[in-house]
Structure formats: C-alpha cells, structure tokens
Design a protein around this ligand. Structure first.
Ligand code: NAD
Length: 279
C-alpha cells in the first residue's frame, strides 16, 4: 500500500526539477497526478531557460514508466483561465483533487536600487499570484467534496532569512507564508491542511546556470558550479552545497500523506540547518 494511495495530486512547475521529482515520488507512492507547467522554454524577464513541452511530456513518461497515472496540461500559473482548464482536466480524469503542490516559480536577482518594475512584477506575479491561482482553482471542488485535503506551497529559505539582491523573490516567498497561515485557519474546518516548504539551495536548472554562478562569484570571469558550491557550503550546518530534488520530495510526500494528518500551518524547512545558523 503506497503512502499516498487513493489521492490525486495537482503539481505545478512539473516540467522538470523539483516539480517533476514530486510528481514521480507521489506517483510511486500511489497518487494519481495532474501535472502542469508553462512549458514554453523561455519566459520574458527570466534569464535562464525554463521547462519545455518536451520536458513536461518527459515527466508524464517517467510517471507512466513506474505504473503511475497522469494527465498533463500546459498553463502559465499567471493565467487563471488556463490553470482552471488543467484543474478541470484533472477532475474529469480522476474525479477529485485532494493534494496540491504549488511549486512553480522563478528566481531573479538584482540590487534593490536598480531593480526595474518589470523585474519586480514578474517575480511577484509568477511566484505569489501564480501560487494563489493554483491553490484557489482547486478549492471549490476540494471543499465541496468534504473529504479534506493537503495543500503545500514551495517557499524558500529566503522567506525567513535575509538575502541581498533578492528583494522581489524574498517578498514573493514571504507572501506565500502569509497566504498559507490565513488559508490554514480558514480551511481547517474543512479538514484541509495548508503548509509551506522551505528548501535551501537545490540542484535544479534554476541555479545550475552561469548567470547564477556569477551571482555567487561576481569576482570571476567564468565562474563554475564548483565556484558556486564553495560559497554555498558555509550557509548550511550539515556538510552540503545544495539539496537534491528527492530531499524536497520526501517532505512533499510526508505532507501529502496521512502521516501528517494533524500537521497544518507549518513552515517546513528542508535546509540542512541553514536558517538556524549564525555565521
Ligand atoms: N532551486 C533552488 O535552489 C530553490 C531553492 C528554494 C526554493 N526553490 C523553489 O522551488 C520551486 C521549484 O523550482 P526548481 O528548483 O525545481 O527550479 P526549476 O526552474 O527547475 O523549476 C521551476 C518550474 O516552474 C516552471 N515555471 C516557471 N514559471 C512558470 C509559470 N509562469 N507558469 C508555470 N510554470 C512555470 C518552470 O518551467 C519549471 O518547470 C520554485 O518555486 C523555486 O522558487 C528553489
């Protein structure tokens, strides 16, 4: 018997990285998957490539390869009608959705004094408004079904700990925490739990790219992953530069499963102690 057998999970940002890993982990433990991603390859104002249609299809292939059931649909989380359409696709296929993993997000950076309105707005729109769209879209059917559920949203260690050159990202992720707290109280009478997950750095294409290496080592002409890693080790208590996606998926599995049936309104860190470390 799988840990999440009988559940149906809606996962955003499932084209690659943590979202793909969450979809596979949940499917392996028995959940049916409704997966979405903008899947456009690039996004204006995001300097690194994002997931493509082929990436989203690869997620579906990997889920089916382990015997899982999945429906996929492209949607930009900022586009409420498109998100509603994917949720409806999932409801048509599986009858209900009782787990939400609002994971889609982008990372941008820049000094506060020079940050453009467009850069600010893009991050807030995708990370905060997009998370809200994904969550609210599932609420009517989840509440009306009357059998509870588990909603989790991917925040970041940067929601709870200061980080320079990341003001928009920090605001978006801290906003998710406020959303989580309000929703947890409001939805508890419906037995719907709401929590946030706070990874530190995770090896995905969000950070495995040269512009990010340069954020950590602006002093080098051609910084590498190893150069970035050298800066990341000191953040963590445990010996770690960055997590693997599976480390976060284990937290997702816990919060999705009934093992956490009385866990709501928590900020779950998966961060090798980074947020509790001074120096
Ligand atoms: N990688 C890290 O170091 C790290 C650390 C803490 C938190 N996070 C958060 O984890 C989550 C997953 O990121 P990841 O590390 O897997 O990076 P990633 O870039 O590999 O994955 C993000 C996914 O979101 C999708 N996406 C981006 N914009 C979208 C939009 N507008 N609509 C729909 N989908 C969109 C991308 O296509 C991609 O598949 C994000 O919310 C991110 O902010 C990442």
């Amino acid at each position: 018997m799988g840990r999440v057998a009988g559940k149906v999970a809606f996962v955003t940002g499932a084209g690659r990285g943590q979202g793909r890993s969450h979809a596979i982990a949940l499917a392996r433990e028995g959940a049916k998957i409704v997966a979405t991603d903008v899947a456009s390859g690039t996004l204006p104002d995001v300097v690194y490539p994002i997931a493509s249609r082929a990436d989203l299809e690869e997620t579906a292939r990997l889920v089916r390869e382990i015997g899982g059931e999945i429906v996929i649909g492209e949607a930009d989380v900022r586009d409420r009608a498109a998100i509603d359409a994917v949720v409806q696709q999932g409801l048509d296929a599986f009858g209900f959705i009782d787990v939400v993993v609002a994971n889609a997000g982008v990372f941008t950076w820049g000094a506060a004094r020079d940050l453009s309105w467009t850069d600010w707005h893009t991050v807030i729109d995708i990370n905060l408004h997009g998370t809200w769209n994904a969550v609210q879209s599932t609420l009517p059917s989840m509440i009306d079904r009357g059998k509870g559920g588990s909603i989790m949203m991917t925040a970041s260690q940067i929601a709870t700990r200061g980080q320079s050159n990341a003001v928009a990202y920090a605001a978006s992720k801290a906003g998710i925490v406020g959303m989580m707290r309000a929703l947890a109280v409001e939805l508890a009478p419906h037995s719907i739990r709401v929590n946030t997950i706070h990874p530190s750095t995770v090896y995905t294409e969000m950070i495995l790219n040269e512009p990010v290496y340069r954020v950590f080592r602006p002093d080098l002409e051609n910084p590498t992953k190893e150069d970035m890693d050298g800066e990341l080790y000191p953040f963590h208590m445990l010996r770690l530069a960055a997590l693997e996606c599976e480390d976060v998926s284990n937290a997702v599995l816990y919060l999705a499963s009934d093992e956490s049936r009385y866990v709501t309104s928590i900020k779950l860190p998966v961060d090798a102690g980074s947020t509790q470390k001074l120096g």
